[in-house]
Design a protein around this ligand. Structure first.
Ligand SMILES: [Zn+2]
Ligand SMILES: [Zn+2]
Length: 142
């Protein structure tokens, strides 16, 4: 899944755009797939950001999330599987939303709100706000 060349050795982080490119290649090889979500467990970034929780084509068929910064342990907190899965769900729905063509939403509780930190992720819900929901429906997406 993680292609050679994605690792930035100096930063000890992986380029999300490079990984997303290889995720996208997989969907183009498998014609029965409409869209694909890649999940990695390494720290990812794309300049100029110091890290990202995920990246996606907007619109497009490929999305990527990283689990690396979603565990409470990363923030020196007690392990909590429920919190971890909730965060993963939000980030996955967020990136899939981008593949449907949704941009970032100003509503901090909407899943399409940009997560600058884990606090943003914890504040937002795994649901689209009514405005984003209407946009999806107008696109005719499932
Ligand atoms: Zn986003
Ligand atoms: Zn929204």
């Amino acid at each position: 899944m993680i292609p050679e060349g994605a690792l930035d050795e100096a930063r000890a982080q992986y380029r999300s755009d490079v990984i997303l490119g290889s995720v996208e290649e997989q969907v183009s090889r498998q014609t029965e797939l409409e869209r694909i979500l890649g999940v990695v467990d390494v720290d990812i970034f794309v300049p100029p950001l110091s890290f990202v929780f995920g990246e996606a084509r907007c619109p497009g068929s490929a999305a990527l999330i990283s689990l690396f910064r979603l565990r409470p342990e990363f923030y020196r907190q007690r392990p909590d599987v429920e919190v971890f899965l909730e965060r993963a769900e939000k980030e996955a729905v967020h990136e899939i939303g981008h593949t449907l063509g949704l941009k970032h939403c100003s509503n901090p509780f909407c899943v399409m709100h940009f997560s600058n930190s884990i606090f943003d992720t914890d504040r937002k819900q795994s649901l689209f706000c009514s405005r984003c929901q209407r946009k999806i429906e107008s696109l005719g997406a499932p």
